[in-house]
Design a protein around this ligand. Structure first.
Ligand code: SF4
Length: 168
């Protein structure tokens, strides 16, 4: 886990650079949480463990709010860690959340575009007819690729991790 934390420090610096390079096309801002309100949130076991460390570090009220969110959680809908439009476990959030908002190359001739490009948000000024007309980030930022040097375990959607967890 310490290796993963050390890795994240460098990874975040790399991402900061990418977000800076594309800043004129990025519209992420405090209060916009659309990427946390809809999605499957696929995360690995390693990232889940980190997320749980974040949860343990929270105050009791926030934990209760998260527990309440979990009770009403639906597949593909709001992430239970989103509290008052903010990520309650921000420093512990998984890779998919860290890279969200960037357009990057998945493989030759295949670019991953954040879905908010379709909502007149990130890259909407340079995204036309299903194609992006600027150079995307050239690093593949998909979770298995980013974590390829780690024994990251199984990848499941957050819903499945949480709903299949032993109930207390
Ligand atoms: S973990 Fe945080 S950043 Fe990721 S979807 Fe949930 S609230 Fe959003």
């Amino acid at each position: 886990m310490q290796n993963y934390k050390d890795f994240l420090e460098n990874f975040d610096l790399r991402l900061k650079n990418y977000f800076n390079q594309h800043k004129s096309h990025i519209h992420c801002h405090i209060g916009c949480s659309s990427c946390c309100e809809k999605g499957d949130y696929p995360i690995s076991q390693l990232e889940l463990e980190s997320l749980m460390q974040g949860y343990i570090s929270l105050d009791n009220n926030t934990k209760i709010n998260i527990q309440n969110n979990i009770k009403t959680m639906k597949r593909g809908e709001k992430c239970p860690f989103l509290i008052n439009n903010k990520c309650s476990v921000y420093s512990y959030r998984p890779i998919i959340c860290r890279v969200h908002g960037l357009a990057y190359i998945l493989k030759t001739d295949c670019v991953k575009i954040p879905y908010c490009a379709n909502e007149y948000k990130n890259y909407s000024d340079v995204y036309k007819n299903g194609e992006i007309i600027i150079n995307p980030v050239t690093e593949n930022l998909d979770t298995p690729e980013v974590l390829k040097d780690f024994d990251y375990g199984e990848i499941r959607n957050l819903y499945d991790w949480i709903k299949n967890a032993p109930q207390k």
